[in-house]
Ligand binder design. Structure first.
Ligand code: UT7
Length: 332
């Protein structure tokens, strides 16, 4: 009996129409295009501007695309996991709102929060339900509306983040293609470098917390940069070594898009060619949970059945993780 794996059978993405360029940011804070491009690789990012729209509305677009591409009826979906740090509300989870708006009536759904590593955590989680045979159709999403928690008076963070995301449909595969292994990690002592100070149980919202701008993202960039490089590098190396793979066996690395310098450094440390590293940070910035599915969506046509991919992410917490998978289809 061949081993059952959870494979990605469809991928879709969504970004809002509104483009926020580096030039636009020059009008808002003391920054410039040259600094942003040379320090981060970002040229523009997308912002969800329409009043009343939130993360779940982007999720609806992604799920509709996944269902249409795969010819799946909404009632066939059994589980939906949404990785996000910008759910519509603290509760209920936006995952349930997405199901309601898409007519998914037979699934249980929940949000998962692991900052920028959320999508790989959610994919690893969702894959277990398929691999064990518990479910046959699982949707995993990674979507964020970072503009809802970014301080557009803080030049050190507002230039980085954007809105958008994507997702995948997971189904069983008996041909040997699918999610093969994952190395996940965490270090809570890193929490002081990247966080949203207020709005949780430690410091509930108050007039003072709002006045002190504590509901926005805080990041101490340099230590996060260093930890991101080492976390992604070590998890990729462990994944390769324990699966007896050399870098030549990998067709694509799909890194979280936080900074082009992090991506370049990672590729150089792994001695891996940049032509085989997915990059779209220039257009979308850092969409937190959205970056990896947005890369898969954009590169879908270049992927062939049997290609070996390594997804790798690092985020607040600290959290990190890498996933090894063989792609299950060639897009037509
Ligand atoms: O996605 C989750 C994980 N997040 C990450 O992986 C992000 C990791 N960190 C980074 O990507 C980088 O640290 C940043 C892009 C956030 C910042 O780049 P940096 O090269 O580490 O800059 P820095 O914070 O050390 O600042 C260098 C200088 C400072 O000026 P002085 O003190 O040297 O005079 C900053 O004030 O650049 C200044 N600066 C800016 N200048 C123009 C900071 N932000 C800006 C800006 N425009 N937007």
């Amino acid at each position: 009996m061949p081993e059952k794996l959870a494979s990605i059978t469809a991928v879709h993405g969504y970004v809002p129409d509104h483009v926020l360029t580096n030039h636009d940011l020059e009008q808002m804070v003391d920054t410039n295009d040259e600094w942003i491009v040379s320090r981060t690789g970002i040229k523009e990012r997308r912002i969800l501007k329409e009043p009343g729209k939130a993360t779940s509305d982007m999720g609806v677009e992604v799920v509709k695309g996944l269902l249409e591409k795969s010819g799946t009826h909404p009632d066939e979906i059994e589980l939906l996991i949404l990785a996000t740090v910008t759910s519509d509300m603290n509760f209920p989870d936006a995952a349930n709102t997405i199901c309601d708006k898409c007519g998914i009536n037979n699934a249980f759904a929940y949000d998962l929060s692991a900052a920028c590593s959320g999508f790989v955590f959610a994919l690893h989680t969702g894959a277990q339900f398929v691999k064990t045979g518990a479910y046959k159709k699982v949707i995993v999403l990674g979507i964020d509306m970072m503009s809802s928690i970014v301080d557009y008076t803080d030049r050190s963070t507002c230039i980085i983040f954007g809105d958008g995301g994507g997702g995948v449909l997971l189904e069983p595969n008996l041909e040997g293609n699918g999610i093969k292994d994952a190395v996940m990690g965490g270090d809570g002592s890193g929490r002081k470098y990247l966080y949203q100070k207020s709005g949780g149980s430690l410091s509930p919202a108050s007039a003072e917390s709002v006045a002190n701008r504590e509901h926005f993202v805080f990041q101490d960039g340099r230590p996060v940069f260093k930890a991101a490089v080492s976390g992604m590098r070590s998890s990729v190396e462990s994944l390769l070594s324990r699966n007896h793979l050399k870098k030549e066996n990998i067709d694509w690395i799909v890194p979280h898009q936080a900074n082009i310098r992090i991506i370049n450094t990672l590729a150089s440390m792994l001695d891996f060619p940049m032509e085989k590293v997915m990059v779209n940070i220039d257009k979308f910035g850092n969409t937190t949970d959205g970056t990896i599915p947005l890369c898969l969506w954009e590169y879908e046509k270049k992927l062939k059945k049997g290609d070996t991919l390594v997804l790798t992410a690092f985020g607040g917490g600290f959290t990190w993780g890498s996933i090894l998978l063989d792609w299950a289809y060639t897009a037509t």
